[in-house]
Every structure is written in C-alpha cells, then in structure tokens.
Design a protein around this ligand. Structure first.
Ligand SMILES: NC(=O)c1ccc[n+]([C@@H]2O[C@H](COP(=O)([O-])OP(=O)(O)OC[C@H]3O[C@@H](n4cnc5c(N)ncnc54)[C@H](OP(=O)(O)O)[C@@H]3O)[C@@H](O)[C@H]2O)c1
Length: 222
C-alpha cells in the first residue's frame, strides 16, 4: 500500500475515518472527503500515522456539481487513483416516520451519488473499488427499509459493474452494526471494519468479481 493513491469518501467520521487511518498507517497517499464535519484533525492524524500526502475535499453525494468538482480535484491532485473507497452514506430509521424528502435524499446520496462519483472516477482507478455496503443489503432489516433499498441497489450495481470491468477489483464490504454516529455509537468498533477493508485492499482474501465480504465472517462481533 505504500504510496498507493486512495480516496475515501465520508472520512470525517466513523467507518470512513477508521479506513483512512488504516491506509495512513500503510503509508498510502490519501484524498479524504467530508460534508459537514470538520476533518482537519483527521488529516493531521493521518499524516502522524505515516501518510506522505493527505488532501481534504468537500463532497456532497446528493449534489451533481459537488460530485464533479470533487472528482476533478482528486484526479488533478493525485493524477489518478489506485483504490477508490466508496464509503459515505446516510441512514434514517422507521420508514413511516421518514419524510418524502428524507427518502429521496437517502436514495440520492447512498445509491445515485455513489454511482455517479464512481462513474467519473472509474477510468482513473488502476486497481480496486471497495464499496462499503451493509448487511442490510444481504437481507431485509426491519426499520431500515428505504436505507435497505439504497444498499440493495448499490450491491446490484457493484456486482454488475464488477463483471463489466473485470480488470478492476470491485468488491463490497458489508459492515454489521458498527459503533458510529449512524448507529448511536453502539456495537462493533469501526476499526474492525477498517481491518477488513485493508485485507481486501492488500489482496489478502481470495475474492471473485463483485464479491460480498461480510465483516461478520472475518471479525468477532462484540
Ligand atoms: N454504522 C453502521 O452500523 C453501518 C452498518 C452497515 C453499513 N454502514 C455503512 O458504512 C458507511 C459509513 O457509515 P458510518 O456508520 O461511518 O456513518 P457516519 O459516522 O454517520 O459517517 C458518515 C460519513 O458520510 C458522510 N456523508 C454524509 N452525508 C453525505 C453526503 N450527502 N455526501 C457525502 N458524504 C456524506 C459524513 O460526512 P460529514 O459528517 O462530514 O457530514 C460522514 O463522513 C455508510 O455507507 C453506511 O451505510 C454503516
């Protein structure tokens, strides 16, 4: 991983931040995105961990212009990517308590935003696209139906894309309930998910095209 050019979306917090720290410790060159949360301290810690270069980019996956600007900045700074880490996403619970606007945003960010960012960046990706999916896309999770729909969509898209682009490693990593803002900071530490992502990045797992890597199979639940 030393010197590899890696983009991690949604790296200001939670799983994305843990993934960024994991790549930093491997001395990867990092581009990290954030939306609302200040991420300078994350970049600083990545440098302290060993990342030779870290840049921060504001990205709103719900906004086409922001997606284009971010993709353009990353390609012009890093000259391409070795690994794209599609991680950013939003969750709401209880379908009937969601507003129509929240349902729209959930699908726009998690599904369309991820697809559109990857669409722009894929020609510049040399090695792998690691998509952070969810165990909610392996079965139906009660209370997460619209979120589940966005995640099943992401999973279907990534699996088809893996067949369309067999020269690239396109893999889904599905966290179980992880202790982040998204999940009231309860359950599996995000570092465990990051360890699995790093295993995938280093090519330590024997994976088929578009594989589903279920974090539960590789780390022990708390
Ligand atoms: N936590 C879990 O239990 C769990 C389980 C399965 C899958 N996942 C998946 O893991 C991924 C990361 O989740 P997490 O638990 O780490 O969540 P989190 O702590 O809430 O962090 C989400 C990240 O995504 C960013 N983000 C939010 N809306 C965005 C938008 N419109 N455009 C671009 N970035 C946006 C946030 O940026 P700002 O904070 O800067 O606004 C933050 O960096 C998500 O795709 C989620 O679906 C999580």
């Amino acid at each position: 991983m030393s010197g590899a050019r890696v983009l991690v979306t949604g790296a200001s917090l939670g799983i994305g931040r843990a993934i960024a720290f994991g790549f930093a410790a491997e001395r990867a060159r990092l581009a990290l995105t954030y939306l609302e949360t200040e991420a300078k301290a994350v970049a600083e810690q990545c440098r302290d961990l060993g990342a030779p270069a870290v840049t921060l980019h504001r990205l709103d996956l719900g906004d086409e212009r922001s997606i284009r600007t971010c993709a353009g900045e990353v390609v012009s700074i890093l000259g391409g990517l070795d690994i794209l880490g599609d991680n950013a996403g939003v969750v709401w619970r209880r379908f009937l308590e969601q507003t129509s606007a929240e349902i729209d945003l959930q699908v726009r960010v998690n599904l369309l935003g991820t697809i559109k960012l990857t669409h722009l960046l894929l020609p510049h990706v040399r090695d792998a696209v690691i998509v952070i999916g969810s165990t909610a896309s392996l079965h139906g999770t009660a209370t997460l139906s619209a979120y589940g729909a966005s995640q099943w969509g992401v999973r279907g898209w990534a699996k088809a894309l893996a067949r369309e682009q067999p020269d690239k490693r396109i893999v889904l990593v599905h966290p179980l309930v992880t202790a982040t803002r998204m999940n009231d900071f309860r359950s599996l530490p995000p570092e465990r998910v990051a360890e699995v992502v790093l295993m995938v990045a280093r090519g330590e797992l024997d994976l088929e095209l578009g594989a589903d890597v279920d974090v539960r199979d590789l780390v022990r639940a708390p």
